[in-house]
Design a protein around this ligand. Structure first.
Ligand code: ADP
Ligand code: TYD
Length: 206
């Protein structure tokens, strides 16, 4: 069964679409297991709390390693066993977020190194499909306007535009896995496009 991930800048509508896809799949008899990164195991949730803490100053490389530690544990303890047992797994963010936010946003760059590193962190897990929900910076900002800002969301416009540029680069370099979705439409229209693709994925043998 497929391993599906969602990516996009903050406020792009990922969580909304994850929930719509989960419901649709469940209605079709394929109850997926959903995770939000960082999180999903006791260790990963503790790391999440560290990462979101306003009062901490975190070096960019330390931040990259903390996200990766959380992801390593989630992959080993939950995702790989679930996929092996034949479940559909959906992740709200996965390692493309580290490439975009720490690699692009925080400037740690070196795309090739990070791609190789991420494979090691996850024991070779590669999503079968990644839905990249593309919205303009203005839409992202408008949708985030009412939220309380945590340490990670506190990056400025330049930070978010580097994150977005890196997502666009991944989309160009990995078109077979990374599906670009126009996130400026109504949630139902977006969900319909995602379902058209995901339905085929869960019907593929193997
Ligand atoms: P993310 O998980 O990417 O940060 P959310 O799904 O939490 O994004 O959405 C952020 C905000 O935007 C929420 O208030 C949500 O209700 C709203 N929203 C999500 N998708 C859409 C959409 N397609 N059109 C308008 N508003 C949306
Ligand atoms: P969260 O509230 O889970 O996501 P969202 O704002 O998209 O609803 O916050 C997660 C934050 O962590 C978000 O700003 C992106 C950031 N992040 C990274 O910087 N690197 C990563 O590897 C991951 C998974 C998230």
């Amino acid at each position: 069964m497929p391993f599906i991930t969602f990516e996009g800048i903050d406020g792009s509508g990922k969580s909304t679409q994850v929930e719509l896809l989960r419901r649709r799949m469940a209605a079709e008899g394929h109850e997926p297991v959903v995770f939000r990164e960082p999180g999903g195991t006791i260790l990963s949730e503790r790391v999440r709390a560290v990462l979101l803490d306003h009062t901490l100053s975190v070096d960019p490389m330390a931040e990259l390693l903390l996200f990766s530690a959380a992801r390593c544990q989630l992959s080993a303890e939950r995702i790989r066993p679930l996929l092996k047992a034949g479940r559909v797994v959906i992740c709200d963010r996965f390692y493309d977020s580290t490439v975009a936010y720490q690699g692009g946003g925080r400037g740690l760059g070196e795309f090739e190194w990070l791609t190789d590193f991420n494979r090691r962190v996850t024991g070779g897990l590669v999503p079968d499909r990644t839905y990249y929900i593309r919205v303009s910076p203005e839409t992202s900002q408008r949708r985030r306007a009412d939220r309380e800002v945590d340490r990670l969301e506190a990056g400025g416009d330049a930070f978010f535009s580097r994150v977005q540029e890196t997502y666009e680069r991944i989309a160009r370099e990995m078109p077979e896995r990374f599906m670009v979705i126009d996130g400026e439409r109504r949630p139902e229209a977006i969900a319909e496009e995602i379902w058209d693709d995901a339905e085929a994925l869960i019907q593929e043998p193997g």
